[in-house]
Design a protein around this ligand. Structure first.
Ligand SMILES: *Cc1c(COP(=O)(O)O)cnc(C)c1O
Length: 341
């Protein structure tokens, strides 16, 4: 038994999901003739109360498309220093859109409306890049699966309105936030111009993200996706996995959150652990007392077929997910309790 806690992307499709995929009706999606893709897009658009949604192979491509839709070359995007679009998309914001990022020193991947106001360059001061977009990540990955305060996101929206800025949500793990905070997708649809969501994280699909947004801005999304090489053919097989996941794998995220909290509690009691970030969803970020003990700690876990990932700067990350069973959970907790460094 391998207990893989590196990421919620390591899941494999369940039997039910595979059956749904095999039975999918498909067509050429480049002609917009794949009925299953069309159903998935319509369903997500409706769910978020937006007119348009477009299926993407990855969350990165969906985010990159959103950045392109909101900006012109030379513009600036405001985001947290820990944002996925800045740290983990290969420099795509500058490569694809020719924009720079103004990084905010947020707390656990989240920032305030006040910080946004301070970061906006005055539009008539032509020496500075033109601020065009504010990007928020919920839940925040490097923040430890932290959930934004909805009121703060609302305040930022009003700043965006005042300064004529686009507002994009990287909702790769929005499902975790919805379940943890008992919020609705429509709440988010009301606030953001564009929203990217992942089907391949907590929801357990092998692939797939969707960009959801307002009519005018989404008009050009399909062209940008084409330019990025993201036109796909009979991908109803993949969209079917997404539909299945929306039906079956959203509410169950509460189980992942419960397990993550239990892991956090055990970690908190271990003498060689310095700090565990508050656990809000399915991600646990923690630090060892001695950074130099990291290889030893990871080795001891590896001996028991347990994998987790280092995040640099002495931080370690555990992510619970669909394929992390009750049996694995019990086994992992007892291994943890028995470790001596
Ligand atoms: C995983 C992830 C994405 C998208 O990643 P892909 O691997 O390209 O699907 C975007 N944002 C966040 C916060 C993520 O965790």
């Amino acid at each position: 038994m391998i207990i893989d806690l590196r990421s919620d992307t390591v899941t494999k499709p369940t039997k039910g999901m595979l059956e749904a995929m095999i039975q999918a009706k498909v067509g050429d999606d480049v002609y917009k003739e794949d009925p299953t893709v069309n159903v998935l897009e319509e369903r997500l658009a409706k769910m978020f109360g937006k007119p348009k949604a477009l299926f993407f192979p990855t969350g990165t491509m969906a985010n990159q498309t959103a950045i392109k839709l909101h900006t012109n070359p030379g513009d600036q995007v405001i985001c947290d220093k820990d944002a996925h679009i800045y740290n983990y998309e290969g420099g795509g914001a500058s490569f694809n859109s020719g924009v720079s990022c103004k990084l905010l020193q947020g707390h656990r991947g989240m920032f305030t409306a006040e910080q946004v106001v301070e970061a906006i360059n005055p539009p008539d001061f032509y020496h500075s890049p033109l601020t065009a977009l504010v990007e928020v990540e919920n839940t925040a990955n490097r923040g430890g699966g932290s959930c934004w305060d909805f009121e703060e996101m609302k305040k930022i929206k009003s700043v965006c309105n005042t300064h004529n800025l686009g507002y994009h949500l990287d909702g790769a793990r929005i499902w975790n936030a919805l379940v943890a905070k008992k919020e609705t997708a429509k709440d988010y649809g009301n606030l953001f111009d564009t929203i990217s969501v992942c089907l391949s994280k907590g929801l357990g699909c092998p692939i797939g993200s969707v960009l959801i947004g307002d009519e005018t801005i989404m008009q050009h999304a399909i062209r940008i996706r084409k330019i990025l090489g993201g036109g796909m053919r009979q991908v109803g097989y993949l969209a079917a996995a997404g539909i299945y996941a929306l039906d079956n794998h959203v509410e169950r995220l509460a189980e992942d959150h419960k397990k993550a909290k239990e892991i956090g509690q055990v970690l908190n009691e271990l003498p060689f652990i310095k700090k565990v970030e508050p656990v809000e969803t399915n991600i646990i970020i923690f630090e060892l007392q001695n950074k130099t003990d990291e290889p030893k700690f990871l080795n001891k876990l590896q001996e028991k077929n347990i994998r987790l990932s280092g995040m640099g700067q002495g931080k370690l990350r555990i992510v619970t997910h669909l394929d992390y069973t009750d049996l694995m959970h019990d086994s992992f907790l007892s291994v943890l309790k028995a470790i001596k460094l």
